[in-house]
Design a protein around this ligand. Sequence first.
Ligand code: NAP
Length: 247
Amino acid sequence: MSEYSFNKLAVVTGASSGIGLATCAELLGKGVKVIAVSRTCGGLTPLIQAYPVHLQWFQADVTEEADLNRLRDFTQVQGTVDFLVPNAGVAMLSAADDHDAFERQWQINGKAALQVFRKLSVLMSPGASVVFVGTFLRQIAFEGLGPYIATKAALSALVKTMAVEFSKRGIRINMVSPGPTKTAIWGGLGLSEGELQVVADGVSKRLLTQEFLEPEAVAKVIAFQLSNGASGVFGQDWVVDAGYSLI
Ligand SMILES: NC(=O)c1ccc[n+]([C@@H]2O[C@H](COP(=O)([O-])OP(=O)(O)OC[C@H]3O[C@@H](n4cnc5c(N)ncnc54)[C@H](OP(=O)(O)O)[C@@H]3O)[C@@H](O)[C@H]2O)c1
């Protein structure tokens, strides 16, 4: 696509693993310069070797304001931000009425995503495009993930009004809500291997493909939503879940 070139700069958080890592690879493959943000370098090493000039890893904890200030200053030196994907997120098992669990997950999934946007939106010009990352569960139930779902549902609701407000500055804002995707987030839930397998089997049965999505399948939709190909799309939350929420 013509709007993709090495003159364009993207910032992706949660870039060391899973969907964020795949998004970095997708954008780099399209010729975009990428600042990849995460606490650890994780799976980024092969990409850094493949794109030594166009990919820069920026170590930061998105919940730390000082880190985000450093990120803004670092990014400012590179130029304007054309694409932003505040993707860093965590999922924790908890009872639906555990408001402390909501608070802990909101710090990363909600507050930090918004803070990343606030710090970097000052570096955006008309034509910039932002994609937040939600979840396929935002309109349905999933036992043990109530507070996690609520953090993403709140963000999804905010995206609509943010899209209206920031359209006045020429910034386009949308969201992609991934379905069950083969990433480390599931292993971090704290389930035993056996318990996780039972959950995975139950989830897979509802997928029209019968298997979890590859992170690349989500990354391609994020990249399209960022691009001018989606220039008429504002404030939408696209579910990419292999049909899970249809049934
Ligand atoms: N996988 C799924 O099935 C699924 C489904 C729906 C939605 N999602 C959403 O997709 C997004 C990406 O998740 P994923 O599945 O790709 O998970 P993942 O593989 O566990 O990746 C999470 C990423 O977030 C980063 N991160 C976590 N806490 C951070 C912090 N405080 N500061 C900076 N970076 C932080 C991690 O890097 P470091 O540890 O190196 O900092 C890692 O790069 C999340 O928002 C998640 O909620 C995933």
